[in-house]
Ligand binder design. Structure first.
Ligand SMILES: [Zn+2]
Ligand SMILES: [Zn+2]
Length: 136
């Protein structure tokens, strides 16, 4: 039994999936690599890169291109929006209730949707509060 757990823990792809699922920060490959190395010191960045691509092709993680400098990964695969903070660079989740209404409008015009991406650019809640404090 112990052996089975150990074997599962050392499965590189599962460790990588766990890392992405257990954070809300939408990490890039470098961030995932840093965390994976703490669990599996001998893992290479190439392995992380290969596995995250496979997980994204399998639909188990989302690959986000909202940050134009680097691809970031998301363990939440339900339809939700993202906001890139133009001040601190954080990518945060935005839960939306009306995406299906928008999709309905697109379908009514005869299109088929394979993937919906909702991206916002602005200030995260923390930076927005700071900005308000400064202007007062
Ligand atoms: Zn911010
Ligand atoms: Zn997200």
């Amino acid at each position: 039994m112990k052996e089975a757990i150990f074997k599962r823990k050392t499965n590189q792809r599962e460790v990588i999936l766990d890392i992405v699922r257990n954070t809300k920060c939408h990490p890039c490959v470098d961030n995932i690599y840093d965390e994976a190395r703490e669990i599996m010191p001998r893992i290479s960045k190439g392995t992380v890169y290969r596995n995250i691509k496979l997980l994204s092709q399998a639909g188990m993680v989302l690959e986000l291109s909202i940050d134009h400098n680097v691809l970031r990964y998301d363990g939440s695969t339900h339809t939700h929006g993202h906001l890139l903070c133009e001040n601190c660079g954080a990518v945060t989740d935005i839960e939306l209730t009306s995406v299906s209404e928008l999709e309905q409008q697109v379908k009514q015009q005869g299109y088929k949707i394979n993937n919906t991406i909702v991206e916002f650019y602005g200030l995260c809640t923390k930076c927005n509060i700071k900005k308000d404090n400064h202007s007062n």
